[in-house]
Design a protein around this ligand. Structure first.
Ligand SMILES: NC(=O)c1ccc[n+]([C@@H]2O[C@H](COP(=O)([O-])OP(=O)(O)OC[C@H]3O[C@@H](n4cnc5c(N)ncnc54)[C@H](O)[C@@H]3O)[C@@H](O)[C@H]2O)c1
Ligand SMILES: N[C@@H](CCC=O)C(=O)O
Length: 566
């Protein structure tokens, strides 16, 4: 329906001729999207042979990885190494820390590149990303998997779902969501008089992408989604995911990403943080990592607020204290297998890993026995051995932190180690999957993020079901993932309401890990992050500063309003 003012304006202008629009909107060929299939790596399969070859090639040398700013490869005197966590005497990559001046140079280059890159059409950018996804799915798949297995100590399946499938999915789904979002154009009541349009611009300045070690795919998503949307990026990869992240960077350059749009800048965390937050050009921080680091960045941005040209967008996906809540009606076998996978896959080094469990007394014995039996079967070792369930934890700091919790538990009479509890860092940073029972639902084992293979059980009396449910949300500051196991639909409905704010990713009768791009967009609330839902349709929109354009083809001739002339 036309408003009274538009009708009046139309009447007044009806004899004038409309001109055509000068605003070019993207014309995408429509396309669909599907998740990348997970390959099986069965004995004798082609993918297994190719991976075995690539593992040999990657392990045979120490790759020299420079800082890349624009087209320039830089090596500073501050030399570092990425080692294999399961065999820390073996150096996988040699790299260089950027100092403050070098980081500043990367900022200048990305600010400059952003202006040119933002003029590249969306269609052209989308093609680069689609090409990159094809390279990752094809000829580079096993290079990404090998770097992730050797450098981050992931088993075959954990590398495949991350460095291959999730990474490819991020690239394909983000261009799909971009195309779908661009379909919306604002209403133009009469396009011969006025045409309204909305275009996606990058943000004037640069985006700092700061990525964690635990998912190769997250590094790729953090650095390249802002780039897709027209931004210039300074990417600080994690020291302990360096080689896999470097391989992503090179694939993107091969796919046609121009120099300077994304700059590859390994650096000391605080040096990087201080340099980017004190630049007037900071347009956003795309961070995934721990709560203390994100809080530090946020505080620095707050202190520098008066300096900036934009309000920097702060996106931080942080830690979790994820739970499995078991109702007395639950299917015990599914509880046991789901919990073992969630708590111990990749050594519990997923932000979504289950680390606290609420068990009703009536199911305590079968659940405990089941968990201990399955735990005993897990083989921990070199992840390039295909029979291994999981490798080592990422580094000496993680080893010290995780074993600190275990030692503490051994000395606290409220806690009892039911299984595991051993560790050894003589060759690699190995921690045995550990199951602890506590009588204190507020013990730090039940409230703090450990980020390692430690699962703690708290047993509640069946009659105290509601009290136990209330503990889930009240005992920690996190709200990332959570799962409820029950065959009672009424209880599931209650849990859906009572636990609404306790998890950004909530599972009914399924484990708390394993979200898939496009299927379970990911992110948590409360102190688990800004919940911008990577892998969902809104994420790309966080990286654009959209512009509304109104074009008027019929000049306005009168100052007075039609009714004045009646
Ligand atoms: N919510 C999610 O989606 C999600 C996903 C993966 C990991 N995580 C979380 O990430 C954490 C594990 O990853 P991590 O150990 O790499 O985290 P981390 O916070 O130690 O490091 C993350 C990144 O920040 C950098 N950094 C450290 N100090 C910095 C500073 N002062 N300024 C700027 N950058 C700095 C690090 O070098 C690294 O690149 C866990 O807490 C986990 O739950 C969350
Ligand atoms: N997407 C992953 C978690 C990523 C964080 O580490 C999952 O759902 O398990």
């Amino acid at each position: 329906m036309l408003s009274v003012w538009s009708r009046a304006a139309r009447g007044a202008r009806s004899l004038e001729r409309a001109a055509s629009s000068i605003v070019e909107l993207p014309k995408f060929q429509d396309f669909g999207v599907q998740n990348e299939p997970i390959l099986g790596y069965r004995e004798g399969s082609q993918e297994r042979c190719e991976l075995a070859e690539e593992l040999k090639r990657t392990a045979a040398c120490t790759e020299d990885v420079p800082i890349v700013i624009g087209d320039e490869l830089i090596k500073t005197g501050d030399v570092r190494h990425q080692v294999m966590p399961h065999d820390h005497s073996r150096k996988l990559a040699k790299f260089y820390y950027a100092d403050q001046k070098t980081i500043q140079k990367a900022i200048d280059v990305s600010v400059e590149a952003q202006r040119r890159w933002d003029r590249t059409s969306l269609e052209e950018r989308v093609c680069i990303f689609q090409r990159a996804a094809e390279l990752m799915a094809g000829e580079h798949r096993q290079r990404l998997n090998a770097a992730t297995m050797l450098g981050q100590s992931k088993s075959v399946i954990q590398a495949e779902i991350d460095a291959a499938c999730e990474l490819i999915d991020f690239f394909r789904f983000n261009v799909f969501f971009l195309k779908e979002n661009a379909k919306y154009q604002p209403i133009s009541e009469d396009p011969s008089v006025t045409r309204n349009s909305l275009r996606f611009r990058g943000i004037d300045g640069f985006i700092a992408a700061i990525s964690p070690f635990n998912f190769t795919a997250i590094g790729g998503n953090l650095a390249y989604t802002p780039a897709l949307m027209g931004n210039g990026v300074v990417w600080k990869p994690s020291d302990t995911a360096l080689l896999s992240n470097w391989r992503i960077f090179n694939i993107l350059r091969d796919a046609g990403m121009p120099a300077g749009v994304v700059n590859f800048v390994p650096a000391d965390g605080p040096t990087f943080g201080r340099t980017i937050t004190s630049s007037p050009h900071l347009a956003g921080v795309n961070f995934t990592g721990s709560v203390p680091t994100f809080n530090w960045i946020w505080n620095e941005v707050g202190k520098n607020l008066d300096k900036y040209r934009n309000y920097p967008r702060l996106i931080g996906e942080c830690g979790g204290k994820n739970y499995h809540f078991i109702h007395p009606s639950a299917d015990v076998q599914s509880v046991v297998t789901s919990t073992i996978r969630s708590a111990f896959e990749y050594n519990g080094q997923k932000c979504s890993a289950c680390s606290r469990m609420y068990v009703p007394k009536s199911l305590y014995e079968p659940i405990k026995q089941g968990l201990l039996a399955e735990r005993a079967k897990l083989k921990i070792g070199d992840p390039t051995d295909f029979s291994v369930f999981t490798g080592a934890v990422i580094d000496d700091k993680a080893f010290a932190r995780i074993t600190g919790y275990i030692k503490n538990a051994k000395n606290n009479p409220k806690n009892k180690i039911l299984g595991g509890g051993e560790f050894d860092d003589s060759k690699g940073y190995f921690v045995q999957p550990t199951i602890i029972e506590t009588s204190d639902p507020h013990d730090k084992l039940m409230t703090e993020e450990i980020f390692g293979p430690v699962l703690t059980l708290y047993v509640y009396e069946d009659k105290d079901l509601s009290k136990a449910l209330a503990l889930v949300g009240s005992s920690t500051k996190f709200a990332l993932t959570g799962a409820v196991f029950s065959k009672d639909k009424n209880f599931l409905k209650t849990a859906l309401e009572e636990l609404k704010m306790t998890a950004g990713n909530f599972y009914l009768n399924d484990k708390s890990t394993g979200s898939v791009v496009g299927q379970q967009p990911f992110g948590g609330g409360r102190m688990s992050g800004t919940n911008d839902k990577a892998g969902g349709p809104n994420y790309v929109m966080r990286w654009t500063s959209p512009q509304s354009i109104k074009e008027t083809f019929v000049p306005l001739r009168d100052v007075d309003y039609p009714y004045m002339r009646d």
